[in-house]
Design a protein around this ligand. Structure first.
Ligand SMILES: [Zn+2]
Length: 225
């Protein structure tokens, strides 16, 4: 493994980051890819197990890093079990109540620090600005600015790759298909309600189902349910 080819994928255990893992394997070679999963106090611990299984199945290493501060901040439905996931945006912000402020900024900053310590140049993240809930930390402009900040602040050549940035959910499913990643989708987790088999009714389940339906591909997670 050399730094120029080494890549670290931020792997949440979901559909998008799993697609990115396979994208990174194709681009950099399996032996050059590692994955990192953040334990940020998410209500659905199943995500952590899914990430580990996806990585093992793909034959890449997975390191789990703890960040226990988000839950202490409060106010979002992903880390606070007192708050239920709402399908409508919060009126004051226009954002869903699953928005964890700064989450991707923190993830990528820790990922960059890990990469720095392990001689890894490339970071890969599944953020996208299309077809999603409008999370401001998923925008290309945000990621570009963060990459500049990380390069400056760490004196590094870190490069952040966002293969899904401009893809619709349908196109993401088609990319996964091209990469041979569809079988791995059976190991992923998407449901905001933490249910397995998935609830089929929450915004995350509905968006996932729409993507697979439009791509004309059946979701192996549902097939195995
Ligand atoms: Zn669901």
């Amino acid at each position: 493994m050399t730094a120029e080819n080494a890549a670290l994928v931020v792997l949440s255990g979901g559909q998008d980051s799993t697609t990115c893992l396979y994208w990174a394997i194709r681009r950099f070679g399996r032996e050059n890819v590692r994955s990192v999963t953040f334990d940020y106090g998410q209500r659905h611990r199943i995500e952590l197990d899914c990430a580990a299984r996806v990585a093992a199945d793909a034959g890449v290493g997975n390191v789990r890093l703890p960040i226990d501060t988000f839950a202490a901040l409060g106010g979002d439905a992903l880390t606070d079990s007192q708050i239920s996931v709402e399908s409508q945006p919060v009126p004051e912000t226009g954002l869903p109540n699953t928005f964890v402020p700064g989450r991707n900024l923190i993830f990528l900053t820790f990922a960059a620090a890990y990469a720095y310590q392990h001689g890894i140049t490339h970071l890969v993240t599944g953020v996208a600005q299309t077809d999603y809930s409008g999370y401001p930390d998923c925008r290309e402009e945000t990621i570009d600015a963060l990459q500049g900040t990380l390069r400056l602040g760490m004196e590094s050549d870190v490069e952040i790759h966002t293969p899904l940035m401009h893809l619709s959910k349908k196109e993401t499913v088609l990319l996964a298909h091209d990469l041979g990643a569809i079988p791995a989708m059976a190991l992923t987790h998407t449901c905001y309600n933490g249910e397995r088999p998935p609830c089929g009714a929450c915004p995350a389940c509905l968006l996932r189902a729409k993507g697979f339906a439009e791509a004309g591909i059946s979701d192996p997670l549902l097939d195995s349910a």
